[in-house]
Design a protein around this ligand. Structure first.
Ligand SMILES: C[S@@+](CC[C@H](N)C(=O)[O-])C[C@H]1O[C@@H](n2cnc3c(N)ncnc32)[C@H](O)[C@@H]1O
Length: 382
């Protein structure tokens, strides 16, 4: 795979030309005298203040996350959705002392989760989208495992982590022993994946028209939540799902509950060890590739290509690195998340396209999505 650090000729020329001015800028920005001057001088004051705030947010970010966790656990957003409430009323509803309630509310106001309206508290601009948002609430809750693994980030980077909460949470990353994926653990991670599907399913369906396909096979399809959305949008499509046997069983039950059992077929197996079912003219890999290292991805893509008919299409949909304006998601969050998980990597579109090319796919194209922060897409032909 092309290294993310490889520089083009133009980039190296640009760097050579700007080397001295950039070195001067670095020198100025690290100088306490310059920092003092910039924060006093009227024309640079706003930049200095914005930078100071940006740096402080990095320092304090984990506190903000825990404030959000407290709001989610206490069901604060749903409570405020009923009606704006006084401090005394909230103190009683949250079973917190008035002082603790006020501290939580002040923190939530500073983070735009809550808003003051006269004597009452109401939903803030970032709290309002949290109402009934089981997807984000489930993510926030499961972060307990991520916090545990990130406690010593240097140990994590050196591969010396003693705590492995995330790899326990996602047991299929222990490739040698897929039996480790027991019913209980499969239920836990599949429920999280299912809860977070609303963040992406409609964006994928809006971005990629499926009218001209007959059969879709969703590989690593979890308990079938994405296919339920596909089925609801495209009544003509036959649905196929492939996942580990314990997860496939859950999908079978979900399709029955959604009255889709006549249109849906479920296949249990490992996409790294078993043949994939043939005869589907559309195959989807939704949030699957980033869980696996390049060798496993190449193995999976080769199996997908074998299973696809000559006119078939593959769509890959997941959060990808390098998303313009959302770099922190792929390059910081998922990058470290997957390192803690012990497998997989957050890839840019280009990196995924190279893997698709290596596996023999053609007509590899970006499919623009509404919210690249949450999901980006690539389509490819057999
Ligand atoms: C991150 S989840 C994504 C689930 C679903 N596509 C979604 O977006 O909600 C990855 C899925 O791949 C499945 N998986 C992992 N390794 C697998 C393997 N070797 N064979 C079949 N499925 C596998 C997991 O069981 C899980 O359901």
């Amino acid at each position: 795979m092309a290294s993310a650090g490889a520089m083009s000729w133009w980039q190296s020329q640009w760097l050579r030309q700007w080397h001295r001015p950039l070195a001067l800028r670095d020198k100025l920005l690290t100088s306490p005298d310059f920092q003092r001057w910039a924060s006093d001088f009227p024309l640079t004051q706003w930049i200095a203040r914005r930078r100071a705030k940006g740096l402080f947010d990095l320092v304090a970010g984990f506190v903000y996350s825990q404030v959000l966790l407290a709001c989610v656990r206490l069901n604060l957003f749903d409570i405020l959705h009923e009606t704006p409430q006084s401090l005394a009323a909230l103190s009683s509803r949250l079973s917190l002392k008035p002082d603790a309630t006020e501290r939580l509310l002040n923190a939530a106001i500073a983070l735009q989760l809550v808003e003051r309206r006269g004597e009452s508290y109401a939903l803030g601009s970032l709290g309002a989208p949290m109402v009934g948002n089981t997807a984000i609430a489930a993510m926030v809750e499961h972060h307990a495992a991520l916090y545990a693994d990130l406690r010593d980030p240097v140990a994590l980077l050196r591969g010396e982590l003693s705590n492995k909460a995330l790899s326990e949470y996602w047991p299929y990353t222990a490739y040698e022993d897929l039996q480790a994926v027991d019913t209980q653990r499969a239920a836990k991670y599949s429920a999280l994946m299912s809860a977070s599907q609303p963040l992406i399913a409609q964006d994928i369906l809006d971005a990629y028209p499926m009218q001209h396909h007959k059969n879709i096979l969703d590989i690593g399809g979890g308990e079938g939540t994405f296919l339920c959305s596909v089925g609801a949008r495209h009544a003509h499509l036959r649905l196929g799902l492939f996942d580990l046997p314990v997860v496939a069983q859950r999908a079978q039950a979900k399709f029955a509950a959604h009255n889709l059992q006549d249109r849906a077929q479920v296949f249990g197996g490992s996409f790294l060890h078993d043949d994939l079912p043939q005869g589907h003219d559309l195959i989807s890999l939704v949030r699957v590739l980033f869980d696996h290292p390049d060798e496993q991805v190449l193995k999976l893509l080769a199996a997908v290509r074998l299973a696809l008919p000559p006119q078939g299409t593959l769509i890959v949909a997941e959060p990808m690195a390098g998303a313009k304006g959302a770099e922190t998601m792929g390059d910081a969050y998922f990058n470290f998340y997957l390192m803690a998980m012990g497998h997989g990597r957050s890839r840019t579109q280009e990196q995924i396209k190279i893997l698709l090319q290596k596996s023999g796919f053609t007509r590899i194209k970006t499919v623009p999505t509404r919210m690249p922060l949450q999901v980006q897409m690539i389509s490819a032909s057999h």
